[in-house]
Design a protein around this ligand. Structure first.
Ligand SMILES: [Zn+2]
Ligand SMILES: [Zn+2]
Length: 305
């Protein structure tokens, strides 16, 4: 049995790199036999990856990773086994992306108020066919020569090996100083849409520095459970052993699923490799399947009422 990786980005993520075909070929090389495509606010590349997976013998789980909020705290939610065509999840994704065009103009204005220039062309150079996002804005800020002498740009270029990513995380995402509000679905709304799309919702990387979810005082995550969350991505590239154990204990206590994902992006996050965590425990996938079946049954019952 090969490795399992339930958190993988393709070129459909603004900060991703590989096509479905390239990803599947890489999976074979890295001995990954099951992976989930979880692009940011997108399901664009899922069909392609699934077709190549079928052709070359890699199991591909359809999914996505969507930025959501609960009580003004931002979290990433992973959705697995969702229906792709005109499903409630695909509708939410459409709304998110439609709002991004308006949002880009608001961001340009806000950055300018803070002495930073941003040219739309640079943003789209980075994001190609995908919607603008904090990372492509950050790229545009660093690319623009008019910003070279801005103190923040000097500081970030000096301080970080990946200044574009750091600047995005510390200034341009939800709640940060240069963030102009965009449409971010509520967790409750998104989880319900995942269920109605036949899928399973899992909390991504709770230990991720910029959006840490408290698992000592569990009020916040308890709320997500009440909203229908099925599991936690306990195993993740940057989680410490102590964090992982804490998430696993919480999952055990509440009979939740736990998953394992690398968050592979390709060259934008060069330190992460596909299947990095080396997980081979296929029971993770079996439990995910059981949960999918339970949710679908429940949804069918609900539709009958
Ligand atoms: Zn994420
Ligand atoms: Zn991710």
């Amino acid at each position: 049995m090969g490795k399992i990786d339930l958190h993988v980005h393709t070129r459909a993520s603004v900060d991703g790199e590989l096509s479905g075909e390239e990803l599947i070929r890489l999976a074979i090389k890295e001995n990954v036999s099951t992976l989930a495509i979880t692009d940011h606010d997108s399901i664009e590349e899922v069909d392609n990856a699934m077709a190549w997976g079928e052709k070359l013998g890699v199991e591909v789980i359809p999914g996505t990773e969507v930025f959501c909020q609960n009580r003004s705290q931002l979290v990433h939610l992973l959705a697995y086994y969702i229906d792709l065509d005109e499903s409630p999840v695909s509708q939410i994704i459409e709304t998110v992306n439609a709002d991004r065009k308006r949002w880009l103009q608001a961001q340009i204005k806000l950055l300018k108020e803070n002495g930073l220039y941003l040219d739309e062309a640079n943003v789209y150079e980075f994001s190609k066919d995908t919607s603008p996002a904090p990372s492509s804005l950050s790229y545009g800020v660093f690319k623009d020569e008019r910003n070279t002498n801005h103190p923040l740009i000097i500081e970030y270029n000096k301080k970080y090996s990946n200044p574009v990513l750091e600047f995005a995380l510390q200034f341009l995402v939800f709640g940060k100083p240069f963030y102009a509000p965009n449409y971010i679905p509520e967790t409750k709304v998104f989880i319900e849409a995942v269920h109605r799309s036949g899928g399973v919702a899992v909390l991504a990387h709770p230990g991720y520095t910029q959006m840490k979810v408290d698992f000592i005082d569990t009020t916040f995550v308890d709320e997500l459970l009440e909203q229908g969350l099925s599991g936690v991505e306990a195993y993740y590239t940057t989680h410490s052993e102590e964090e992982t154990q804490r998430y696993l204990a919480y999952c055990k206590k509440h009979q939740l699923l736990f998953t394992s994902g690398s968050d592979f992006h390709g060259k934008f996050k060069p330190t992460i490799t596909l299947g990095q965590l080396g997980t081979t425990d296929y029971s993770i996938i079996e439990r995910l399947n059981q949960e999918k079946n339970r949710i679908r049954k429940k949804e069918r019952m609900r539709n009958k009422l």
